[in-house]
Design a protein around this ligand. Structure first.
Ligand code: NAD
Length: 500
């Protein structure tokens, strides 16, 4: 593969490549710090991008504060904000091929995968545009003394932080809901994937949003921590690891800033006794290690009836062993590299821990022997996994899946729920009603029966240590709103203390 597959200098606007977007302007970083972007498939640097210093964080938050306190955005009708959201969506839609290439270049997502999932971005903005134009931002209720007007006010300045793995789709959930609600935002892009948010800023600029409503800086964790602790940030919407989520919750607790956390997962697929093997594999295999397993909802524990364990392992490992591993720029590739040297190291340590604790590698198990350059890990399936093993408990975030045998349905549900996480899950069966009944017993925010789906109008998020709050649907909009009640007496009633 050639390093010239993506050329930032010719494909990206200089603003996207070297500036931040603050207060409606493209601005230079005030710090002298940079992040090196390394291609996961060639291991060579392909761009050097500025990182924010404290002054950059301050000016972005100040701009968002001014736009919220004195600008038109929070005071516009939902329908007016919806018109802007639709314009952003159209601008994004026109850039989907570029956004897909950015995803592949930055973190090695196979082009076929990136082409499909970039489409989430305009879809989410369209969904929130539609919701903003129909949502009841005000409602009147009768009271004993007259009436109360319930006003769903925007919560204020929102810091939006999303991880490197799926920066564009995750950001589009947050941006769509926050802007629809009337919040002003500071997006903190991660140093690994700065370009998605900055291309979104181009779209916002093109859509003509008032200055300060949408601001983007790129920063490391230290400046991220500085951002979430700022007094002027009213709300933090964070997606990332559970460890960072806990730090952010603590920082927000100090001033009781509102916080939504979308965190890690260790999701279980329950294959029931009556499930058809081929249909199950067709629906399940693609969501066990999408994007080399670097997706929060990956179904990384497969629970199978003990009586069908060997048949399942044979069939599943044949599918996984046959996946096309290679150059993420090749349309036929199903598994590309993991995103970084740090990810490679992390995943290899988990594979070693699995073997050391007594699990058995059925397929994969190491760095790719065929591809000498690039952070390639063979898609790996472990059998003989017990629930206490590290690989059954911790989020690996790589192409590594455990198959675990169960004795009966109650045991399967207990195994699925035996986790600190509670993000996603699946049930496979030939009896949909029975599958849905089992799904209700799984303690996770989302469960799909037979066919995996995530829809814009449906809340997504985690039970337990997979998060707090929800994104998507009206629930995601509510996360950026505060309810205010204004009481007024009935005009036909006399004022208290007035003439009798
Ligand atoms: P991470 O927590 O290390 O970083 C995420 C973001 O937070 C980055 O932008 C980082 O710069 C920033 N950050 C780090 N420390 C911070 C701090 N103290 N204060 C403020 N910001 C800080 O996560 P990661 O390794 O980049 O991402 C992978 C994780 O994200 C996995 O655990 C995965 O499951 C999770 N994830 C969850 C969802 C979901 O919807 N639940 C979706 C995608 C990814």
């Amino acid at each position: 593969m050639s390093a010239l597959q993506f050329d930032p200098n010719s494909e990206l606007n200089q603003n996207v490549l070297s500036r931040f977007f603050v207060d409606g302007q493209w601005v230079q970083s005030r710090s002298n710090e940079f992040a090196s972007l390394v291609s996961p498939s060639t291991e060579t640097e392909f761009a050097l991008v500025p990182l924010a210093g404290i002054g950059d964080v301050d000016s972005a938050v100040d701009a968002a504060r001014r736009a919220f306190d004195t600008g038109p955005w929070p005071r516009m009708s939902g329908a007016d904000r919806a018109a802007y959201l639709r314009r952003i969506s159209m601008a994004l839609a026109a850039r989907l091929p570029l956004l897909s290439r950015i995803w592949t270049a930055q973190v090695g997502a196979p082009v076929g995968f990136a082409d499909i999932f970039t489409q989430t971005a305009p879809a989410m903005l369209d969904y929130y545009a539609e919701l903003a134009s129909t949502f009841e931002f005000e409602e009147v209720r009768s009271t004993r003394g007259g009436q109360a007007r319930i006003i769903r006010q925007p919560v204020g300045v929102a810091a939006l932080i999303a991880p490197w793995n799926a920066q564009l789709p995750i950001l589009s959930y947050k941006v769509g809901a926050a802007l629809a609600a009337g919040c002003t935002v500071v997006v903190k892009a991660p140093p690994e994937t700065p370009f998605d948010a900055l291309v979104m800023a181009e779209c916002v600029h093109e859509a003509g949003l008032p200055p300060g409503v949408f601001n983007v800086i790129t920063s490391d964790a230290e400046r991220g921590a500085y951002l979430v602790a700022k007094q002027d940030v009213d709300k933090v919407s964070f997606t990332g690891s559970t460890a960072t989520g806990k730090l952010i919750a603590k920082a927000c607790a100090d001033r009781l800033a509102r916080v939504t956390l979308e965190l890690g997962g260790k999701s279980a697929a329950i294959v029931l006794e009556d499930a058809d093997l081929n249909a199950t594999l067709a629906a399940l295999a693609p969501v066990t290690m999408p994007f080399s397993g670097q997706i929060c909802f990956a179904q990384t524990r497969i629970l199978v009836p003990r009586s069908r364990e060997q048949a399942f392992i044979d069939a599943y490992s044949a599918v996984i062993g046959g996946l096309e591993v290679g150059d993420p720029w090749n349309a036929a590739t199903q598994i590309g590299p993991v995103a970084s040297a740090r990810q490679l190291d992390r995943v290899m340590k988990y594979i070693e821990a699995g073997s050391a604790e007594g699990a058995r590698i059925v397929t994969g198990g190491g760095r790719s022997r065929r591809l000498e350059t690039g952070f390639f890990v063979e898609p790996t399936v472990f059998a003989g996994v017990t629930p206490r093993m590290t690989i059954a408990r911790e989020e690996i975030f790589g192409p590594v899946v455990s198959v675990i045998a169960y004795d009966d349905v109650d045991h399967a549900v207990a195994l699925a729920n035996d986790s600190d996480f509670g993000l996603s899950g699946t049930v496979f069966t030939s009896d949909l009603d029975h599958g849905c009944a089992i799904a209700r017993r799984v303690r996770t925010g989302n469960v799909s029966v037979n066919a995996f789906e995530i829809a814009p109008n449906v809340p997504f998020g985690g039970f337990k240590q997979s998060g707090v709050g929800r994104e998507g649907g009206p629930e995601g909009l509510s996360a950026f709103l505060e309810d205010q009640a204004i009481y007024r007496p009935d005009s036909s009633m006399r004022a208290p203390g007035g003439p009798q």
